[in-house]
Design a protein around this ligand. Structure first.
Ligand SMILES: *Cc1c(COP(=O)(O)O)cnc(C)c1O
Length: 234
């Protein structure tokens, strides 16, 4: 058995255990973060049943996505900081974007997704759908981190919700190292409030290799795991 498969099985049982401990009904999606790792590592993970993959760097991701376009059911998530000159590549190649934190970026993603869908329609490849969007929240209010302040969530949500080619799915956060339970809880409350207002909202993207259980206990529905699946990044 490959090391990657072994790691994925281990993470999936950790997720299941955390869900049981939390007594929850809804499931948690595992997003395998393959940034800096070769396409061959993604193939290994896919053979182990993994379909959702996260990438941070546009150029690297686009090359990997093209190389792996023959694999069925892959779903690519962009989770890194977004420069506005990369919005076309992102809208063309990804199904999800977790790191939207500016109105300008949302508008540009919407415009490029519209062009892509119209093109697909003209070529009778109608399987493309609106781009799934999570707003990145700087929940620990760190100067160094991207993301909007908690107080800005509802105004940016309105913008995304008004975009025809975007679907508002939820929120993403990277709590500070060693953040306590209150920080995660704050994110859960924000998510619940957003969900109460928008029926399309079903995703709280929170939790990485080191805080998976804490995130799930506080309502995460999608964990983004890199190191614990693919090993340390160099
Ligand atoms: C790299 C990265 C991850 C994965 O982190 P690990 O600690 O390797 O699990 C998750 N989310 C984001 C936004 C990342 O940039």
């Amino acid at each position: 058995m490959s090391k990657i498969k072994e790691n994925i099985d281990k993470i999936n049982s950790q997720i299941n255990r955390a869900c049981l401990d939390d007594n929850r009904q809804n499931s948690v999606t595992l997003l395998a973060v393959s940034k800096t790792k070769p396409a061959s590592a993604v193939v290994q993970a896919h053979l182990a049943g993994q379909n959702d993959f996260g990438e941070n760097y546009c150029q690297e991701a686009v090359e990997k996505i093209a190389k792996l376009s023959h694999l069925p059911n892959l779903c690519w998530h962009f989770i890194g900081p977004i420069q506005s000159n990369k919005t076309k590549q992102i809208a063309d190649n990804f199904s999800w974007v977790h790191s939207v934190d500016r109105e300008k970026i949302a508008i540009r993603l919407n415009t490029h997704r519209c062009e892509k869908l119209k093109q697909a329609f003209a070529q009778e490849q109608c399987h493309d759908t609106p781009l799934n969007i999570c707003l990145q929240v700087n929940i620990s209010e760190e100067d160094s981190k991207s993301g909007i302040m908690p107080s800005e969530v509802f105004s940016l949500a309105t913008v995304v919700n008004n975009c025809d080619y975007l679907t508002l799915r939820g929120l993403m956060a990277i709590p500070a190292k060693n953040a306590d339970n209150d920080v995660y809880k704050k994110m859960q409350h924000l998510f619940n409030a957003l969900q109460a207002q928008y029926p399309s909202v079903d995703t709280l993207s929170m939790g990485m290799s080191n805080d998976l259980a804490l995130a799930i206990t506080n309502g995460s529905t999608m964990v983004r795991i890199g190191t614990a699946i693919f090993g340390e990044r160099t």
